[in-house]
Design a protein around this ligand. Structure first.
Ligand SMILES: [Mg+2]
Length: 220
């Protein structure tokens, strides 16, 4: 018989019940603060505009936050190429690629992010092109960011809800306020290295403080 290159032990390992079970699971992961650094904080540091340090941790209302950010960019003349230049120099968080690769071997993973596809591409390349659902920007000919389009309102929660209708068990993890509805909608959800404020307000949500803990939570 022609060899398949897979040992008997390897074949048995592939059909273990726990592996099959995980094929019926999908893990929804936040991007910034879980796999990569906060994009806007890096932009703030590189451009020297401290007002851009605001994140969903500071202004939980996404539209209010984006309106504030776009106003700041306009006042300082910062364009999309300026921002993508900063993002191209960013690296995933230490250990993120190994963590994500292990997850993707064991189960299905979708990254749900409030960032924009125009921002995400260099980071997705460094993470070996995982599936990403996010938003998009409107940009004029001069590179000025004129607006943004949400894929849908409360898109993280809606994605979890839709995946659940496909008879998948949905696990979710994120670090902040914009992940709360996604985590609450999922069958199992946890915070990853959250700020103290959200941890205090939502003591019912499990907390993982490193990738080892998060991997155990998501794969058990
Ligand atoms: Mg985040």
């Amino acid at each position: 018989m022609r060899s398949t290159g897979i040992s008997l032990q390897g074949a048995i390992e592939l059909i273990r019940p726990s592996v099959i079970e995980h094929l019926m699971r999908v893990v929804c992961l936040d991007l910034e603060g879980v796999l990569v650094p906060e994009i806007w904080i890096n932009v703030a540091r590189t451009t020297g505009i401290p007002d851009l340090n605001l994140t969903t941790r500071d202004i939980p209302d996404y539209h209010e936050l984006m309106k504030t950010r776009l106003g700041i960019l306009d006042r300082h003349g910062v364009t999309l190429p300026d921002i993508t230049g900063v993002i191209a120099s960013m690296e995933p968080l230490e250990g993120a690629l190994t963590f994500l690769s292990t997850l993707r071997e064991r189960t299905q993973v979708v990254i749900l992010s409030d960032t924009f596809q125009e921002f995400a591409k260099p980071l997705m390349q460094r993470l070996k092109w995982p599936t990403l659902f996010c938003n998009s920007l409107s940009v004029d000919d001069a590179g000025r960011i004129t607006g943004y389009q949400l894929r849908q309102e409360d898109g993280k929660r809606e994605a979890v809800r839709a995946l659940s209708t496909m008879n998948l068990t949905v696990y979710a993890a994120g670090d902040s306020w914009n992940d709360l509805t996604m985590i609450q909608e999922a069958h199992q959800g946890a915070f990853f290295q959250p700020p103290e404020s959200i941890r205090r307000e939502h003591p019912e949500v499990p907390v993982c403080m490193d990738y080892r803990e998060l991997e155990e939570f998501l794969l058990t």
